[in-house]
Each structure stands twice: as C-alpha cells, then as structure tokens.
Write a new protein. Structure first.
Length: 506
C-alpha cells in the first residue's frame, strides 16, 4: 500500500503531534499524521501551566486555529467544550512527608509550599485529560485536511536526496510513505530515534529515576491536616505534590470523577518498593504515607499501572537535513515542575516557524539552532530538577530552589501577555548571561546562605511577590504585584492595566 507523497509527515498524534500537523497544514504543506494506536487512548503528561496556555493561545492566533482558544483557560473551556474532561489548576501545591509518619501541620507551614497561578477560577489553568484532549485535536486536524493514519507500525526510515521514505504496516498491509520532512512527536526513544540509531546522551549527573502511575476513581478529598488555615487557593485545585526523600507523588483531579496519580523516585527507592510490581508497590508506598493514604481508602485503579523503569532521557542528535525531533521526543527530565508542556510548545512554535522558511538558504542553520536551544532548555531544566531531588530531604532548601522556576516562569508569562516576548525568548532564561549562571551556581553549591542567594538571583525578575518573605510559603497570585514591578517588564501602569483587563485578571 502506497499512502502517497507528503511534504510533511508527523509521527505521533499526541497533542504536540496534532498541533504541529495542523500548523504545517495551515502553512500550506500537504501533511500526514501517523499514529501507532487508536484514539481515545491514555497518555501521561497532563498538567498545563500559564506559560503553556499562553503558548497555545499564541499558536491559535498565529495559525488561525480558533478552536484552540477556549482550551487556554478553565472558564472558557467549561463554556465552550464541557464534553472534554479536564481538571481545574489554580497553582502548585507541595507537601513534605517523612516516610512512615503522618503529615503534621504547623503554624509556620514549614512542610508546605503553595504558589498561586490565577486569582480566580475563570482564568485558571487546567489538567488535560489526554484521552479526550488528544482525540479532539486529532479530529480537528482531520477537518483541516491532515491525512490521518492510525494503527500504523512504522519499521524503517531511509533518507534520500529529496526527503525520507518511511515503510511499515497498517492493519496487516505493508505501507510506504514519502515525505520531504519528517517530525518525530511520539515521545522519548520514539520511532526516529530507533530507526536512525541515534545515540543517547546522559543528563548531566541526573539521578536514575523510575515512575509508576495510573488513573483512579474514588479518590477522596485530602484530610484536614493538609487543608488547615486560609490558603491562597483550595489546595487540591492544583498540581498536588507529596514530596519525601528520594521521590514524590502527584495527584491531579479531573472533572469526570477520575484522578491521575503516580510516583517518580530514584531507582534506589523504586527498587526498595519494587515499582515493577505495579499495584502492590503503590499500596506499599501508601502505607508509608498514612495521611495521604486516607484519600485512597476507597480508590481503585481504572487501568493497569504503568511502570517506567527509566524516566530521564536525552537524544544526542535532535535534527537532521530531513527530520527533527520535537522537544518531547528529544528528551525527558521529570514531571516535577510540569515543564514538559511549555518546553514542547516552545519547540512546536519554533519548528513551525522554521518550516515556514523552507526552501531558503538558512533552513539548515535554523534547524541547527533549534536543536541547540532545545538541548540548552532541556539541560537547564534537568539541572534545576536534579537539585530539587537532592534537597527532597531538606524541604527548606527545596522550597528556596523551586522559586528559581516560579520567578522565571511568572516573568515569562507576564512579558508574553504584554507582547514583550523578546524579554523572555527561552525557557528558564537559559541563554541569559546572568540568570543562567546563577541557576548553575545555586544548583551546584549546596545550601549555604541559600535563602539570601536565591532572593538576590530572582529579585530582578520577580514580578509575583516571591521575594516578599511575609508570604512564605504561601504565595497568592495578586495582580497588584505586576503594578509594583512594572519597571522590570519595561511597562507602564497603563500597559499593565490594559493587559490585566484583557486577560481577565481585573
């Protein structure tokens, strides 16, 4: 079976693959989208962030994809697409546990961190229930004229003078496709990585980690010990992290009665709990977290547990003459800070703009630069997450280091809302001559004077009140902070007010 000739072929129909396929189609390219399985299907990676939603909105505007706009905020999602399940995310919630002991709150909230991302539900972020979300985007891609081939197992990729030749099987029949350019969007160690025999590159001193996860029904609210006081938002309207030495558990609640929950941990801890045993390991771990276990007393997994024996991954090569890996296929660090979505969407945006210039002399140099920036962003993220793993037993240090991420992210969000993307072109300011060096130094130098040094590092970009120690460790999302810090964004009070009004903060 010859499926035809295409200018662009995208391998993998998760959200990123469908998006880049739609963008290529809007640019006028004949485009095919290849899927090994069938939708709807489970996928990991579910929690969006303000930056991810801003990037999604930018893509919707730049490539005339108006059906994406409602998916950028909780309120508009519920109004326009209530049939698509999702979860409400007002911020990031962290609790610190000692294995084998109940969680004990204290007046200073020393074992808590809450960072608000939105002041009200209407403009909040979301958890994407990927079976619904990904399937919806595939259907939209088809309506735009993208050729969609599911149940397709690709077996080989051969680079030729004018493109690439892909071969495999679809529903029992041989399949051949020719493409001028191929984009890999099927995740770490995906088809192109295997077919082109690309080498892996180790993440610099990053600990070997494993993960175990599933979807659950019947997860109860957190017990009162986690929710006492007057927090800046309801603690479970967030990506909830339960941190302990060597690992952490996430719980994300969707509005269809299900919850995503799982654990990522160092290999040593994963072997101790025997993650490979699936449900038995999950039960064993919850017995060591008695307060959290109360939420799972009536819960049941609605799917088999998924065990990932290796989470971290980096491809040594990210792009060639006729192909490129999306960031989600180029490398994976850890879901600890929900960095996967913004990293991937930044890459989707950059790669689509490179495709727009195909045929020009700078095309290959643009691909090389795409690969360089993707690597730099991935390695900068890995450096910070590695330091967070190293401080999971010292939660005071963990909280301080995490502010590096929240300061950079909140500045980037505000700058993009103001149309000042030039102030933050990269993730975590990875090419900034000062801040990038400070992240490296702080992540490698231990805990001495950490609070003071983090404060000094983030103060020039703090537009969210993170250096206001009277708020520590609960940081509400306050529009007033943007007025106070307008000069850092090279903005006037009038510009800040107009931006806040436009995005629904006022």
């Amino acid at each position: 079976m010859n499926a035809g000739d295409f200018q662009v072929v995208v391998i993998g129909s998760g959200f990123a693959g469908s998006l880049i396929a739609m963008m290529a189609r809007r640019l006028g390219f004949s485009t095919a989208l290849i899927e090994r399985g069938r939708h709807p299907r489970f996928a990991i990676g579910e929690s969006s962030t303000p930056l991810a939603n801003l990037l999604l909105e930018e893509i919707a505007v730049e490539y005339d994809l108006p059906f994406l706009r409602p998916l950028c905020k909780w309120g508009s999602w519920q109004e326009k697409n209530p049939h698509l399940a999702c979860g409400l995310k007002r911020g990031f919630t962290f609790y610190h546990h000692h294995l084998g002991r109940p969680f004990q709150p204290d007046a200073q909230r020393r074992r808590q961190l809450m960072v608000g991302a939105s002041p009200v539900e209407k403009i909040a972020d979301t958890h994407w229930y990927r079976p619904d979300f990904d399937h919806y985007l595939v259907r939209q891609a088809q309506l735009l004229g993208v050729a969609y081939l599911d149940e397709t197992e690709l077996e080989s990729a051969t680079e030729e003078n004018n493109g690439m030749r892909l071969a495999g099987r679809r529903r029992g029949q041989s399949l051949h496709l020719n493409s001028e350019f191929v984009i890999e969007a099927s995740g770490s160690r995906g088809f192109l990585h295997r077919a082109l025999d690309l080498a892996e590159k180790s993440l610099e001193d990053f600990p070997a980690t494993q993960a175990l996860f599933a979807h659950f029904a019947g997860v109860l609210p957190l017990p009162d010990c986690f929710t006492a006081g007057d927090p800046p938002y309801p603690p479970e309207q967030a990506a909830v992290h339960h941190v302990f030495e060597g690992g952490w558990i996430w719980v994300l609640k969707f509005n269809n009665g299900l919850a995503s929950a799982g654990v990522a941990a160092t290999t040593a801890l994963a072997e101790e709990f025997q993650f490979r045993s699936g449900a038995a390991a999950w039960r064993k771990l919850l017995r060591k977290l008695p307060s959290l276990a109360e939420s799972f007393e009536q819960a049941r997994a609605v799917m088999p547990f998924v065990w990932q024996p290796r989470v971290g991954f980096q491809s040594a090569i990210i792009a060639g003459r006729r192909w490129a890996l999306l960031p989600s296929a180029a490398g994976v660090v850890d879901p600890l800070l929900s960095t996967g979505f913004p990293l991937t969407l930044l890459g989707v945006q950059r790669l689509a703009r490179i495709l727009k210039g195909r045929g020009q002399s700078r095309f290959q140099s643009d691909l090389d630069e795409y690969a360089r920036i993707t690597t730099l962003e991935l390695e900068t993220t890995a450096r910070l997450v590695k330091a967070l793993y190293a401080t999971m037993h010292r939660f005071d240090a963990f909280k301080e280091l995490s502010l590096l991420y929240f300061a950079a992210a909140s500045f980037s969000e505000a700058a993009r809302r103001l149309g000042k993307t030039h102030l933050c072109p990269d993730f975590l300011f990875c090419r900034h001559s000062v801040f990038a060096a400070q992240i490296r130094q702080l992540c490698e130098s231990g805990a001495r004077n950490l609070k003071t040094r983090v404060h000094q590092a983030i103060e020039p970009i703090d537009v969210a009140g993170l250096t206001d120690r009277s708020r520590h460790p609960w940081y509400p999302a306050r529009p007033s902070d943007l007025f106070t810090n307008a000069r850092k964004l090279d903005a006037s009070e009038k510009e800040i007010r107009a931006m806040l009004k436009k995005c629904g903060f006022l």
